[in-house]
Design a protein around this ligand. Structure first.
Ligand SMILES: Nc1ncnc2c1ncn2[C@@H]1O[C@H](COP(=O)(O)OP(=O)(O)OP(=O)(O)O)[C@@H](O)[C@H]1O
Ligand SMILES: [Mg+2]
Length: 371
């Protein structure tokens, strides 16, 4: 019988694997490409970009399986580009061992994650109403300015929910502009990739980037597209992995402080319960009341290219139940286009009434579709 300690017939990798047994396994390893330790004429400094994450993982594990890794350590590629260095941006847990189950990510200084563009000109004052949401975002601002004041009681995961067009994305944009910190905005649908695992590795990449540049706010828009209640998940293809990745990240580890997640949805009741329970606060965005509708109208009228001669109070009255987006897109824009198409110089009650009746027709149509 073969002696258990007899390593003669084992490959290097098997030996390492044996060592790894009973040790703490690296769950996630995030690497940053650094370069070669020496310069010479025949080595050009390559720009590393991983095009196939799955293949890279196989390749990386083959040579580093069994390695012990900790933050900031360098590890070298010995195969394709001998001595090319990667620095460990994050090993989770720190001081653990790479195994076949380790997720390995290479991140470029600029993330590959499909981030939403922030609209630079929006500020808090542009968001009308939604006082509860605004005061929560102010708490986030305070925390990011003076984290020590919160002594471990930091805001972490927050849900914005409510009717479409009520200012959820807008407030996140304003937060991004007003805060002097990094904010990563992403649309959940962009996480659904072609391959199983694409989305979950994008989630890990998103948070790994966030931790590198912390303090960071992560805003995931339209979260219901992925974090659906379990019974709906199969409808969207395999999003279970994405949900699990998100759960891990939202729970966070100690080093996740100063990373705040805000998610937005129209319909919180569709959300996976495990995800939903991670939110410390759910903030509702409501339809604008009379005063808010007046402010939204006044603000948007300033940028209209035609003079407004309609009765503002009537318009406020008639737009009850409209969201900020409806007021802008369905009422003012349609009225403007009608006036322009009729070669008029001013927007009158007639144009506004036309726009409102057209949008009522649309509401009826969409109600019929969902009933
Ligand atoms: N509270 C508000 N104050 C001012 N403008 C608003 C407000 N809500 C909506 N708007 C207008 O409507 C547009 C769309 O709003 P936004 O994209 O923030 O809605 P949302 O709540 O994210 O909607 P959805 O749930 O469909 O994503 C804004 O760009 C703005 O012009
Ligand atoms: Mg939105």
């Amino acid at each position: 019988m073969k002696n258990r300690n007899d390593n003669r017939y084992m490959t290097d990798q098997q030996i390492r694997q044996q060592i790894v047994q009973n040790r703490i396994e690296t769950k996630l390893l995030v690497l940053e490409p650094v370069g070669y330790p020496v310069e010479s004429n025949f080595i050009e400094s390559p720009q590393i970009e991983v095009s196939n994450k799955e293949l890279f993982e196989i390749y990386a594990k083959e040579q580093w399986n069994g390695y012990r890794v900790h933050k900031n350590q360098y590890i070298f590629d010995q195969k394709l580009m001998p001595d090319f260095a990667f620095q460990v941006a994050e090993a989770r847990p720190d001081n653990s061992y790479i195994t076949n189950n380790t997720s390995i990510l290479v991140i470029a200084p600029e993330s590959n994650v499909n981030l939403l563009k922030t609209q630079r000109d929006i500020c808090f004052d542009d968001v009308i109403g939604q006082e509860k949401a605004k005061s929560k975002t102010k708490i986030i601002t305070k925390y990011l300015e003076e984290p020590e004041k919160f002594n471990g009681w930091a805001p972490k995961n927050i849900l914005f929910y409510g009717m479409p067009g009520t200012g959820k994305t807008m407030l996140a944009q304003a937060l991004a502009n007003e805060l002097n910190v990094n904010i990563q905005m992403i649309k959940a649908t962009s996480l659904i990739g072609n391959h199983v695992g694409d989305g979950s590795s994008q989630i890990h990449e998103l948070y790994a980037q966030a931790r590198l540049k912390k303090p960071t706010v992560i805003f995931i828009d339209e979260i219901d597209a992925i974090a659906l209640e379990r019974k709906y998940q199969s409808l969207r293809g395999d999003v279970t992995e994405i949900v699990n990745a998100l759960l891990t990240e939202m729970d966070g580890m100690d080093d996740n402080d100063s990373v705040i997640t805000i998610c937005a949805t129209n319909n919180p009741s569709l959300l996976d319960y495990a995800i939903r329970s991670r939110f410390e606060e759910e903030i509702e965005f409501t339809l604008p009341d009379e005063e808010d509708r007046l402010k939204i109208l006044e603000k948007n009228m300033k940028t209209l290219p035609l003079e407004c001669m309609f009765n503002l109070n009537d318009c406020v009255e008639k737009t009850k139940g409209f969201s900020g987006r409806d007021i802008k897109q369905k009422v003012l824009k349609t009225a403007l286009h009608k006036a322009i198409s009729e070669s008029k110089e001013v927007i009158t009650d007639e144009d506004i009434d036309y726009a409102i009746s057209e949008s009522h027709k649309e509401f009826v149509k969409s109600d019929a579709m969902f009933s």
